[in-house]
Design a protein. Structure first.
Ligand code: V07
Length: 255
């Protein structure tokens, strides 16, 4: 019997497949580019913002699923540094989504022992966005379950240039020798310094690009793409991505 999930359209959802996942070989850190919200809305004659709102509901379900199966870190690309170029009303709407999301969902995140974090240039976000997210970070900082990491105003090249500047100024101050600069020092200057690298990247809606997302951190990740638009993405799709991940031979070069 087809299952009707909450938060999505009423179109028939795919039959849930029962895939055998090995709980001990799940990816530890999954990163997702949640693409196709605008196209999903356009296809229904709806404004783009309707797609973003629908996409927010999917975030809640995927967070529940990830926390249930024991994923350690989930990084979601919510807003890129390039997204400021979108129409003003769309940017304003997007900046209210964290507020909207947390006003209804923060209690469940706390209940689930989820720790909220962000990566990106946070200080230039609107005050109301910062306030809601800071509150969520503060209220979940001691949680040791799933790390829910939102990339907000994130751009990987900006992040790396910032890291280079940090190291260069340490050299200038005489704190660091050029010969001591290595991959580990560079990693420690990135927003993700406290996180393990993602082992799986998912991108929805048929695009197969990184779009300035975690360029350094995804060096060894498996990539998994689907034609499905983010608002139509569900637990079964996620499960399939994890299943495919487990069935790929992972080779870190060499061996
Ligand atoms: C956003 C919904 C998902 C599809 C992709 C774009 C639109 C959840 C958040 C969020 C961010 C921080 C936080 C809590 C929730 C969010 C933006 C866009 C900007 F602490 N979804 N979502 N933020 N979309």
């Amino acid at each position: 019997m087809p299952i009707k999930f909450p938060f999505t359209n009423n179109k028939k959802q795919p039959e849930p497949m029962s895939l055998e996942l090995e709980v001990h070989h799940l990816p530890k850190h999954v990163a997702i580019i949640m693409d196709g919200n605008g196209r999903w809305a356009k296809n229904r004659g709806m404004p783009r913002i309707a797609g973003h709102k629908e996409g927010m509901g999917v975030v809640k379900r995927i967070v529940r699923y990830a926390s249930d199966i024991g994923i350690k870190v989930l990084t979601l690309y919510a807003f890129s540094t390039e997204n400021w170029k979108r129409p003003k009303n769309e940017v304003e709407f997007l900046m209210k989504l964290p507020v909207d999301f947390l006003s209804t969902y923060l209690p469940e995140l706390i209940e689930r022992n989820v720790q909220v974090r962000t990566i990106g240039d946070f200080d230039v976000l609107p005050a109301h966005t910062q306030k809601a997210v800071k509150e969520a970070i503060a209220k979940t900082k001691d949680n040791d379950g799933l790390i829910l990491n939102f990339a907000l105003n994130y751009g990987s090249r900006f992040e790396m240039v910032h890291a280079v500047k940090q190291i260069a100024s340490k050299v200038q101050e005489g704190e660091v020798n050029v010969s001591d600069i290595d991959e580990s020092m560079f990693s420690s200057e990135l927003y993700t310094s406290e996180l393990i690298d993602p082992d799986l990247l998912i991108r929805t809606s048929g695009e197969q690009r990184l779009s300035n997302f975690l360029l350094w951190q995804l060096a060894y990740a498996e990539f998994w793409f689907t034609e499905v638009y983010w608002p139509d993405f569900n637990e079964s799709h996620f499960e399939k991505a994890l299943y495919d991940f487990q069935n790929r031979k992972r080779r870190f070069g060499g061996v």
